[in-house]
Design a protein around this ligand. Sequence first.
Ligand code: ATP
Ligand code: MG
Length: 721
Amino acid sequence: SLGFVDNIVKGLNPEQLKAVTSPLSNMLIIAGAGTGKTTVLVRRLAYLIIRHQIQSHNILAVTFTNKAAKEMNQRIHDFIGEQNTRYLWCCTFHGACCKILRNFANQAGLRPNFKILDTAEQTRVVKECFEELEIEKTKEISPKQYASYISELKDKGLRPHHDFGGLSDIYKLDDVYALYQDKCNKTNVLDFSELILRCVELLRSNPDVKNFLNGKFKQILVDEFQDTNSIQYEWLKLISGENSNVLIVGDDDQSIYGWRGAVMDILNRFYNDYPHVTLHKLIRNYRSTSAILANANKLIGYNQSRFTEKNLITERHDTNKVRVIQTGSPDKEAEIIAQIIKKYKAAYHYKNSDFAVLYRTNMQSRAIESAFVNAGIPHRIIGGLRFYDREEIKNTLSYLSLILDHEDDASLERIINVPSRKIGKVTLSKIKTVASQQGVSLFDACMLYCKANKKSLGIKNFVDFILRAGNEFDEKSRDFGIGDQVMNLLVECGLIEYYRQKDIDENHDELNRSNNIRELVDVISNLDVEDFDNKLDFPDEDSVTENENSAQNVSDIAENRKEKNILPEPSADTVSAPEEHVSDRPALTPKDILRGFVTTVAMNGDNDLGNSKNDDDSGDTGVNLMTIHSAKGLEFPCVIVAGFEEGLMPHGINKYSFGDSKKLDEERRLAYVAITRAKNNLVLTFADMRMSFGNFFSGGASMFFDELDKDYLEYYVYNSR
Ligand code: ATP
Ligand code: MG
């Protein structure tokens, strides 16, 4: 293990080394962008296992995005190997809550096979509530808006029929919320905010579960802490016991979800709530050149409220200044960006994937995408819910979900008529009536309906298909592989042909929709047990009823765990010999694996689907396009920030709130995050004018240019539209 330790501390600067190797205690690392915070967190984790002999099942590492969690897992593996990290929980807040709730579903009042509702589905449920409550939609009173109110209330820990504070006066919000929650409970689905709130409530109300988890998680590490909201903070407090040590890592200057909770407040609370917190600062930036850093430092210096002043220093002196490019219009801007990429590629021998184009709002990507298509630049869009928001992806997932779980009414409704099976509205509403009268799922109602109406072939074929697919899935997957079997099913139900036809009709360039489905199937083909071993523990098919009365006290929980193999807890010798414990675990069937994928995919909105393809064969994956929000924690040799202009950056909604310096500060932090993603080259572009839906939207140089360091900027103007 000495070799491991050498490796863990290799190359660290004195401050980093001190943080990584310090004795066990609560720790706060607060430091600027690119100073090695994530590096230190990863190495500290490895050090805890190797040097402090902490078992991996006693460690919880939490971060904000799935991409970050995945990278973190990878890096820890690389340091200390697979067997030392087998039982580590390294996931997002939501992922951790999801795991806990599945393991303690009964205690949380859930069935263990609950599903995660994504934002679009959440809105759909709210829309149903609107209809049932006969609320008329207006611009202000919309299902989407109410869905976001509901999340906001949940993030504040508020349930229906309570004082909603600032949201108290909103028309019928309480009624909508109550009905919405009722529906979710009945159908066993949880939205994102519910995952956290439900977990907090479980920990608050069930001391046995709390004690168990407090004992389990002896070491807790949290990255990107600046974006923790107050309910997540409460969760952290509940999950960490008196004897746990917590390490939090963050940068107040990079807090970009201000609406989620006040960062300063939470940092101070941490300081006060946890005993003997040692504070570590890192100031040496290893990511960016001096020109990039000078601009970042100067800009963030204009912020009014900062936890600590930080002036980052770098070793990387470089003659390249930051480039500012003025253009006439968004299309021109996009065209220039494409040109720059081509030029830089030749000049600096960059790969496509060395570039990131960052923007403030999603709508900016359209112009850039089409310029890239014209210029023949391979690219991919990272983050957001885009991929999973696409209709064809949702429908594919709905098919899979219904095959695995006949009670999934929402999925059935999505796909019963896609492709068209000539099932009319009247028939559908009859089926719904049957379902609600008999208290059965829509799928069961379809079966009843078929029996009574022998002529309804469309429904009969559909039902037969779903049943057959489910019955044969495991067996056929063993013959064909999961991915191919999924593909067979999608062909059989007509979905592939349906979208291929649609692609052709809509004159898509390259069969976009059917290719998206293929990409999803690709991901499914590459799933394996390992993917889920650390992510989720699957309840057995019949554990639902068996578990009902168990786990009343800690020993029951422990007993239950042993039997079901949930929350695996190997004996003390794991570090050297983990193998026996692995073989103890029940083998996952292809169905289990697919279920794991389908039920968690809603959470993987910012999953990097594009990555799964080329990463291993060292292929070049294409220029990365993403919003600044999804670029958090990442770095690229060359970064181009598009739309560095008034109305976008700072964004219109925040810019005009004069007197509210907080909002402007937040915009500045976003700009700071964008700038600090760059390692070698940074380009800031803007358009003189931007129209949206025919209206003037924004344009002209951002006020932030005045706050950058002129000595390290050079201007170019391309004025023609
Ligand atoms: P962010 O605030 O953007 O999340 P961070 O503080 O987490 O950044 P890291 O991503 O850990 O910073 O590190 C930034 C870059 O610096 C990485 O490429 C990392 O490998 C490198 N780095 C960190 N520490 C050192 C070091 N001591 N020597 C050389 N390179 C380092
Ligand atoms: Mg980081």
